[in-house]
Write a protein that binds this ligand. Structure first.
Ligand SMILES: Nc1nc2c(c(=O)[nH]1)N[C@H]1C(S)=C(S)[C@@H](COP(=O)(O)O)O[C@H]1N2
Ligand SMILES: [Mo]
Length: 522
């Protein structure tokens, strides 16, 4: 019985630690909260195969699953520590401090960690240790009657303790903790509301170089087929941020410096808006996208040409004798992304984007400024919440994912996906439109073919081409007969190269193989 109460005491102490930490994090910064910090540290250390598994199985919920996992583990340990404290009151309290150290080390050890980030974990653990010490004090055996003179201890009534005292103290601790936690959350929310309001106040100027009109026939308008432009709310999100950074655009700065930068600069958001804005439709793709997967989308980006900024800073690409071959972009949350200087300066529309589909960047997608480079997977090009651009060499520096076994360079591989019919759909026999998207950014899609049950390839009808940097819809009218059938698709890019059927996984530089869908025609 006492053990159960002790476990409850441990649980309450754990709750206290998290709530107090939440309150302190409101003063320091939300990312420094222990669960976020430990989660971030776990992400930093996750091997590519596991990260890939998590992204594949939990999708965008991978982070939620991670945080729930941490909370469950924490609860189990907290109960164990509570039971330990029953025997050894001081050791139990000390064990709580050990957890504080884990949180503190995780927070300070994040790529963008600062010394103050240890505070939420440390203060939370100190208060929690005190709470545990007090609560276990209430569980001390009460011996009735008190030992007579000369006796040492006396049995008393086994297991009896001040139950009422414990319940009162535990309830008070839990309530006070909840109050602190709620206040912390409230303060954090207020801060976010301020930044959200500042985003709402931004009016993006009209582009000096508008996007070429999307041809009418670029969207085939077929049921079940992804729309040509992906709405922001449906746009995939892939990043390591457990707390989405909320950067105040007025305080945002971007520094451009490093090897071969004759004139380093620091830019403000207004500096960017004051330049010629370029608007382009560009399809973004994640290297973690499986064949047939969802981590690809097309948006109308608006921003400034990164190559112009680099040229003004005196940067030359390697082909013109420049000493730097790698651009390392750093985000406010410590992500580092390495991009070939040559690609950014070869004339393609590499942008420092400030807008997405007619509005300032959503916070999830990098507000206030991110990079977008047509033709390169996101992890080597699309730095969100960017704050620093350093010119260096690939020999001198490995960016975040490169340190974790992904390739230094990663141009997007030609891919095609069947959107409709869905896997295991049961269409009626007759003409069934088989339709989807194909992409080979910066090379363009020249042909898409479909085959049924390994038979001959049929050329699909391609939607009008919006540009080489976007995906292209396609459709093939299938004279479907009853039975079980396997549909397969392959694309050919404008260099004449046909998508390989060789199945490889996403690590280290993107999946290959043909997407197939099995259907049951009735
Ligand atoms: N700061 C930061 N930028 C980032 C990432 C990240 O984890 N942190 N992930 C990159 C990856 S892997 C991809 S695929 C794209 C995804 O951009 P999106 O979330 O806007 O679709 O962002 C890139 N930029
Ligand atoms: Mo990615």
């Amino acid at each position: 019985m006492r053990a159960a109460f002790a476990a409850l005491g441990g649980l309450i102490a754990g709750f206290t630690a998290l709530c107090v930490a939440e309150l302190v994090a409101a003063a320091v910064r939300p990312e420094a909260g222990p669960v976020t910090a430990v989660g971030g540290a776990v992400i930093d250390r996750t091997p590519p195969a596991v990260k890939d598994f998590a992204v594949r199985n939990f999708g965008t919920d991978d982070k939620l699953v991670l945080q729930l996992g941490i909370l469950v583990l924490l609860a189990v340990f907290a109960m164990a520590v509570g039971v330990l404290a029953l025997r050894h009151r001081w050791t139990g309290a000390a064990a709580v401090l050990v957890f504080g150290v884990v949180g503190a080390v995780s927070a300070a050890g994040r790529p963008e960690g600062r010394p103050l980030d240890v505070l939420p974990s440390v203060v939370g653990a100190l208060v929690a240790a005190g709470v545990l010490y007090l609560l276990t004090g209430r569980l001390a055996p009460v011996t009735v009657p008190p030992p007579a003179a000369g006796e040492t201890g006396g049995d008393g009534e086994q297991g009896a303790f001040d139950r009422r005292g414990f319940v009162v103290a535990a309830t008070a601790a839990a309530a006070a903790s909840a109050g602190a936690g709620l206040l912390g959350r409230r303060l954090q929310a207020d801060r976010l509301a301020g930044v959200s309001a500042s985003r709402g106040d931004i009016a993006l100027p009209a582009p000096g170089s508008p996007a070429p009109a999307i041809p009418g026939g670029a969207d085939l308008g077929i049921r079940g087929l992804s729309s040509f432009t992906t709405p922001n709310k449906d746009f995939y999100r892939v990043d390591t941020a457990l707390v989405v950074p909320r950067v105040d655009a007025d305080r945002w700065r971007l520094r451009i410096h490093g090897k071969g930068v004759a004139r380093p600069v620091t830019l403000t958001f207004q500096d960017l808006l004051g330049r010629e804005l370029v608007e382009r439709d560009i399809t973004l793709t994640c290297v973690s996208n499986q064949v047939g997967g969802p981590y690809v989308g097309t948006a109308r980006w608006i921003g400034v040409r990164l190559a112009d900024l680099l040229r003004e800073a005196g940067v030359k690409p390697p082909s013109k004798g420049g000493p730097a071959d790698q651009i390392v972009s750093r985000s406010v949350d410590g992500m580092t992304i390495g991009t070939p200087v040559e690609d950014v300066m070869d004339g393609r529309d590499a942008l420092l984007a400030v807008g997405m589909n007619g509005e300032p960047l959503p916070f999830d997608h990098g507000f206030p400024v991110r990079m977008v480079v047509p033709g390169l997977y996101g992890y080597v090009s699309a730095c969100k919440w960017i704050q620093d651009i350093e010119l260096t060499t690939f020999d001198a520096y490995d960016a975040y994912w490169v340190k974790r076994d992904w390739s230094r360079e990663a141009p997007i591989k030609t891919q095609s996906r069947i959107d409709t019919p869905r896997p295991f759909a049961a269409p009626r026999a007759g003409t069934v439109p088989v339709a989807g998207v194909a992409w080979a950014q910066h090379r363009g899609i020249a042909r898409v073919e479909v085959r049924v049950d390994g038979g001959e390839w049929h050329t699909a009808k391609l939607a009008a081409e919006a540009g080489r940097d976007t995906w292209r819809q396609w459709v093939w009218e299938w004279p479907a007969t009853t039975g079980h059938h396997t549909l397969e698709v392959r694309a050919t890019d404008r260099t004449g190269a046909t998508q390989t059927d060789k199945r490889v996984g996403t690590v280290p530089d993107g999946a290959t193989g043909w997407h197939s869908v099995v259907v049951d025609v009735t």
